[in-house]
Write a protein that binds this ligand. Structure first.
Ligand code: UN1
Length: 512
């Protein structure tokens, strides 16, 4: 049976690559390989050759060479490369989404959304390529003019995670390209096909413009390949998405060489629902936030704090919705499916271990709590009532699975809910459901949510690309995508010119 499924998985991938006009990389005898698998069946999809240290170094050298030319290309011309890439993504949205769906098990509707997020950031970056600018400042010295300019930084190392295998890279790549920076992409080894396909779509656009070496893809093991990239002083910025543990390994190494890092790490995101909230709206947002993408977004809703007087009606709505969800677990290729598999066997084991820990600590399983008995790595979306007053360690941990904890607070004690919201090591996303302007203002006040994202009457996940994306504390402090996140990809130069014949010193110093 495994053999038959493996054959169909391989055929599907082969056909999708053909639709994109691409060839699957072929394994050679000189390279190590990995087998990437379909998490909804456990069957093999393809054998992918890995880069070794020597090939990785050669790719870094090529990117450095590309930088010497890309930095001199006018910004709008760099934007045109991104515009053409966006056009190719539009044309091939469905096939690329199907590869994401097959390799990481993301439901096809959400996978299409992920490719749309790539298209959106391309449009955004194209606009940026004609609008990036610096400030002019007032000089204190007569006849002097002071301004700042933003210049390309250098080749950027982008480490991406399996859960958004193409969109998060595109936030980095589209912005870096218009800023004049080549990008070296080190994708998760759980999703190499997504990266190979995306890279293949971009490559003709770059090659045609003489920048075929500006984007490099390195599929390599953490040790020694990724470690060497992180340590490489030729790469002034390391933009890394993944777990807090990964960030803790990467950040000190980059800091040791005084490089820049841009970290987008874990989240243990909460929704607070107060007594004035629209419960139907809240319930819909909570279920998507907690069970969408099988709980594998960094923005997934993992904790729910509910005002005591509405706890029972909201819980009833959620229990009913979660019961219905159990029938919508399945093949992510089926548009009726709402919950696909976890990424791999380890993730499924961690889910099981966490369920055991929840029960050990007195958590009440309201719905779900089991792995699904079918091939692949499926688990049930799980709703847990956490004890209100006892300490409950599972709630403080980010388990990358669809587990949602509910806890209640007294109606007049929003301060407690905010303290719980802020009482975890991460600080990525947060949301409040409320019709009270006072509650909303408190949530957004300096004493409110400590997260990088703070939403009102919408859930914690599903951010648009126009905002700066990222969070505080153990989430790493980085900001990617919109707003002024582009500044991380450029170097700032403060420039002063003296147009007079005198040489006045700043701060009024006389030194004749
Ligand atoms: C991630 O999980 O790493 O806001 C990124 C969201 C998506 C991006 C998630 N737009 O949920």
């Amino acid at each position: 049976m495994d053999c038959r499924m493996s054959t169909s998985g391989e055929t599907e991938i082969h056909q999708l690559f053909t639709t994109l006009g691409l060839e699957l990389p072929s394994a050679t005898s000189t390279r190590d390989t990995i087998v990437t698998e379909d998490p909804s069946s456990g069957a093999a999809l393809a054998r992918v050759p890995l880069d070794d240290l020597a090939s990785a170094q050669a790719k870094v050298a090529a990117a450095c060479d590309a930088f010497t030319r890309l930095r001199l290309e006018p910004g709008p011309a760099r934007g045109d490369l991104v515009r053409k890439f966006g056009a190719r993504l539009r044309a091939h949205k469905d096939a690329l989404a199907r590869i994401v769906c097959a390799e990481v098990g993301k439901g096809i509707e959400e996978a299409r959304g992920e490719v749309q997020e790539m298209i959106d950031i391309c449009d955004y970056a194209v606009g940026l390529s004609r609008t990036l600018g610096g400030r002019t400042m007032l000089s204190e010295r007569p006849g002097h003019r002071m301004f700042e300019q933003w210049l390309p930084l250098g080749p950027v190392l982008c480490i991406s995670a399996f859960n958004f295998p193409v969109a998060v890279w595109s936030w980095n790549a589209a912005i870096a390209l218009v800023c004049g920076d080549p990008v070296i992409w080190k994708p998760s080894l759980k999703a190499p096909l997504c990266a190979i396909a995306t890279h293949g779509l971009l490559q003709p656009v770059l090659a045609q413009a003489g920048f075929g070496d500006a984007m490099q893809l390195i599929t390599g093991a953490d040790d020694p390949v990724a470690t060497a990239l992180v340590d490489d002083p030729r790469l002034p910025l390391v933009s890394a998405t993944g777990s807090c543990a990964m960030g803790r390994a990467v950040a000190p190494r980059v800091a040791a060489r005084l490089g820049r890092s841009l970290l987008e790490l874990g989240g243990n995101n909460a929704i607070i629902v107060d007594a004035t909230a629209d419960l139907d709206l809240a319930a819909r947002a909570i279920v998507f936030g907690a069970a969408g993408t099988a709980g594998q977004r960094c923005t997934t809703t993992r904790r729910l704090f509910v005002a005591r007087s509405i706890e029972s009606p909201l819980r009833q709505r959620l229990v009913a919705a979660y019961q219905q969800l159990q029938a919508r677990i399945g093949d992510p290729r089926d548009p009726q499916t709402l919950v696909g598999p976890l990424i791999d066997r380890d993730a499924q084991s961690r889910f099981r271990e966490m369920i055991a820990e929840i029960q050990r600590h007195g958590g009440e399983l309201l719905v779900g709590g089991a792995a699904v008995d079918r091939p692949g790595y499926f688990v049930q979306p799980t709703l847990v009532r956490a004890p209100d007053h006892a300490t409950f360690p599972p709630i403080d941990q980010e388990t990358f699975a669809p587990i949602l904890y509910i806890r209640s607070f007294e109606d007049d004690d929003l301060g407690r809910a905010l303290a719980w919201n802020n009482g975890v090591e991460q600080g990525l996303s947060s949301a409040l459901f409320s019709d009270s302007v006072r509650a909303v203002e408190r949530f957004w006040s300096p004493a409110g949510s400590d997260c990088g994202i703070a939403n009102v009457n919408l859930g914690t996940s599903g951010a648009e690309i126009g905002g700066a994306f990222g969070g505080e504390k153990a989430t790493g402090g980085g900001r990617e995508a919109g707003s002024d996140a582009w500044k991380s990809y450029m170097r700032r130069q403060t420039c002063t010119i003296n147009g007079s014949r005198a040489l006045p010193l700043a701060q009024g110093i006389r030194w004749d």
